[in-house]
Design a protein around this ligand. Structure first.
Ligand code: GLC
Length: 529
C-alpha cells in the first residue's frame, strides 16, 4: 500500500470551484448552466483536478446570485433540470471527478415557502423557524447588529409588527438553527443530494449558523477606520462563531457519515485559532474548514512564511490542512499579486501540505475585470461600492466572440484581454500559466511527498520563502522568490538536488550545486538527492 492508498480522496485531491453563472453557457441566454459544465468536464479532467465544487444551482430569485435559496431540493431553471444535474454527476463520476454542492444553511430566500409561512402570522407554525424579535421601546431594532452587505441586520415587518434578522440582504432571512424542526428539515435537504450521489458540500458561512441566545449588542471595533467596510465597524462577537455552532457542525457531519466517503467543507472567515476549532474532535467536525490565509494576507514572503507556520502549528491532531488563493468573493489573485507573482502563488498553492482549492480562471491567470457602473450586478456593488462582479466575469475559453463562453449576451462583461488570455491559447503554449498549473497538478499527484509529506520550513530572508516536503525518504525543496530582483539562495549540503519544475518551465533537470539562482518572480521545485 503506498501513502496515497492510506488517504481519502479529498486528501490527495485538488478541488476546483465552478461559479456556474460564469463557467459555460450552453443555452445562449448569457448565463452559464449545468449542460455547460458537463461539456467542460473533459477540460477539468485534462487539467488534473479531482473534485468540482459548484456554487449554488438551486431555485432562487437570484438577489445574491443563488446564495438566496427558495428550494433546497431542486435546480433553478436558469441552470437546468434535476435530470441534467444527474447527467452532470454521472459524467463527472465517469471521469473520476467528485462533485461538491454549495449548501447555504444560514439563510433562505425571503421567497422560500418556509419564510412566506413564517412571516404570515405571529402564531404561524413556522414563525420560529426564523429569527423574529419585538422592537425596542423606542421602535428601534432589537440590537445593533450589522448586515454584511451594509445597513442594519434587522428588517421591520408591518404585517406582524416584528423585526426579522438577516446577516446579509433583507431578502436573505436567517434561519433559526436552534429549532429542532429546522435542523431536521435541513438534514433532509442534505440527504436529498447525498442520495443522488453527490460527494459532499461546501457549507456557506458555517460560522454564522448560531447567534447569541441573548442577542447582546456587538462591541465597536477599535481598529475600524472611517471609510472602511461598514460591516467592520463592529466586532461580530455575538452574531457569529458561538460555541453551540459546533453542535450543528457535528449534526451535519453525522448526516454525511451516514454515507460513505463524503466531504464536509466549511466557509469560515475567522482567525486561525478560532478556525481550527471547526475540525472538532473525535470525527465530529468539518473535514476542511476553509483556510483563507493566502487570500486575506498581503503577498509578502515573511508574512506568508509566518502564516504557514502558525497554521501548521495550530492544526489539531488528524486535522488535514487546506489552502485557497481565491474565490468568487475576493479579488483575483493575479490582480492582487501581479501576473508574474501569480505563477509563484500557483507553485505555493500546489506544493503546500493539504488540499488546494483552485477558483475557475485562476489557472489561466484571470484578473479582476472593471465593470462599468451601469452593468453592476452584485447588490453590495450597487449599495456600498464593494461589488464582487470583477472577480466573477465569464471564463475565457478561446479567442471567439465572448471567449467561447456564450453565443448570447454575457451577464457580465468579458475581460478586455480574453483574445490573448484564454484556455485554447494557453493549451498550446508550453510556457503558459495553464501549462504551469497542469504540470504542478501532475507533479503533486505523482509525488506522495508533495501531496501528503511533512512540511519543514527552511530559514530564508527577504523575498524568499523556502521549505522542504518529505515522505518515506522522498524529499523536495521548494524555493520561491516573491520579489522583482534576482536572488541567490545558498543551500547547505543536505538541500542540494535537481530542479524538476520552475515557474518559468525551462530549467528541468538542472543541478543546484551549493546555491539556487532565482530570477525575478521565479519559484523552483528541487528533488533532493
Ligand atoms: C458567502 C458566499 C457569498 C454570499 C454570502 C451570503 O460568503 O460565498 O457569495 O454572498 O455567503 O450567502
Amino acid at each position: 500500500m503506498d501513502s496515497r492508498d492510506r488517504r481519502l480522496w479529498w486528501q490527495w485531491g485538488t478541488i476546483y470551484q465552478v461559479y456556474p453563472r460564469s463557467f459555460m453557457d450552453s443555452s445562449g441566454d448569457g448565463v452559464g448552466d449545468l449542460n455547460g459544465i458537463t461539456s467542460r468536464l473533459d477540460y477539468l479532467q485534462w487539467l488534473g483536478v479531482n473534485a468540482v465544487w459548484i456554487s449554488p444551482i438551486f431555485p432562487s430569485p437570484m438577489k445574491d446570485f443563488g446564495y438566496d435559496v427558495a428550494d433546497y431540493c431542486d435546480i433553478d431553471p436558469l441552470f437546468g433540470t434535476l435530470a441534467e444535474f444527474d447527467t452532470l454527476l454521472a459524467e463527472a463520476h465517469r471521469r473520476g471527478l467528485k462533485v461538491l454542492l454549495d449548501f447555504v444553511p444560514n439563510h433562505t430566500s425571503d421567497q422560500h415557502p418556509w419564510f412566506t409561512e413564517s412571516r404570515a402570522a405571529k402564531d404561524s407554525p413556522k414563525r420560529d423557524w426564523y429569527i423574529w424579535k419585538d422592537a425596542r421601546p423606542d421602535g428601534g431594532p432589537p440590537n445593533n447588529w450589522l448586515a454584511n452587505f451594509g445597513g442594519i441586520a434587522w428588517t421591520w415587518d408591518e404585517t406582524t409588527q416584528q423585526y426579522y434578522y438577516h446577516a446579509f440582504l433583507a431578502e436573505q432571512p436567517d434561519l433559526n438553527w436552534r429549532h429542532p424542526q429546522v435542523q431536521a428539515a435541513m438534514m433532509d435537504a442534505l440527504r436529498f443530494w447525498l442520495d443522488r450521489g453527490v460527494d459532499g458540500f461546501r457549507v456557506d458561512v458555517m460560522y454564522h449558523l448560531i447567534k447569541d441566545a441573548q442577542f447582546r449588542d456587538n462591541p465597536p471595533n477599535p481598529d475600524y477606520r472611517e471609510g472602511g467596510h461598514p460591516y467592520s465597524a463592529l466586532l461580530p462577537v455575538y452574531s457569529c462563531d458561538q460555541p453551540e455552532v459546533h453542535d450543528i457542525v457535528a449534526l451535519m457531519r453525522r448526516t454525511l457519515d451516514e454515507y460513505e466517503d463524503r466531504l464536509l467543507v466549511g466557509e469560515i472567515y475567522l482567525p486561525i485559532e478560532r478556525l481550527v476549532l471547526y475540525y472538532g474532535s473525535a470525527g465530529d467536525g468539518c473535514h476542511l474548514p476553509f483556510n483563507f490565509q493566502l487570500l486575506l494576507k498581503p503577498w509578502n514572503a515573511r508574512i506568508i512564511a509566518a502564516v504557514i507556520d502558525q497554521y501548521e502549528a495550530a492544526l489539531p491532531a488528524g486535522g488535514w490542512p487546506n489552502w485557497v488563493l481565491g474565490n468568487h468573493d475576493r479579488p483575483r489573485f493575479a490582480s492582487k499579486a501581479g501576473a508574474a507573482q501569480a505563477r509563484v502563488g500557483a507553485m505555493l498553492l500546489l506544493t503546500l501540505r493539504g488540499t488546494p482549492t483552485i477558483y475557475q480562471g485562476e489557472e489561466i491567470g484571470m484578473e479582476n475585470v472593471p465593470v462599468p457602473p451601469e452593468m453592476i450586478q452584485d447588490p453590495p456593488g450597487k449599495t456600498l461600492g464593494y461589488g464582487r462582479d470583477p472577480f466573477r466575469t465569464p471564463m475565457q475559453w478561446d479567442g471567439a466572440p465572448n471567449a467561447g463562453f456564450t453565443a448570447g449576451n454575457p451577464w457580465l462583461p468579458l475581460a478586455g484581454n480574453y483574445r490573448a488570455v484564454n484556455v485554447a491559447a494557453q493549451t498550446d503554449d508550453p510556457a503558459s500559466m495553464l501549462s504551469l498549473y497542469r504540470d504542478l497538478l501532475a507533479l503533486r499527484q505523482s509525488q506522495p511527498a508533495l501531496m501528503a509529506g511533512a512540511y519543514r520550513p527552511v530559514p530564508a530572508e527577504g523575498d524568499i520563502l523556502a521549505y522542504v516536503r518529505e515522505l518515506d525518504g522522498a524529499r523536495f525543496l521548494v524555493v520561491l522568490n516573491f520579489g522583482r530582483q534576482e536572488r541567490r539562495f545558498a543551500l547547505e549540503p543536505s538541500l542540494r538536488g535537481n530542479i524538476i519544475l520552475s515557474t518559468h518551465l525551462d530549467r528541468e533537470g538542472e543541478a543546484t550545486g551549493d546555491a539556487v539562482e532565482l530570477r525575478a518572480d521565479e519559484g523552483v521545485v528541487v528533488r533532493l538527492r
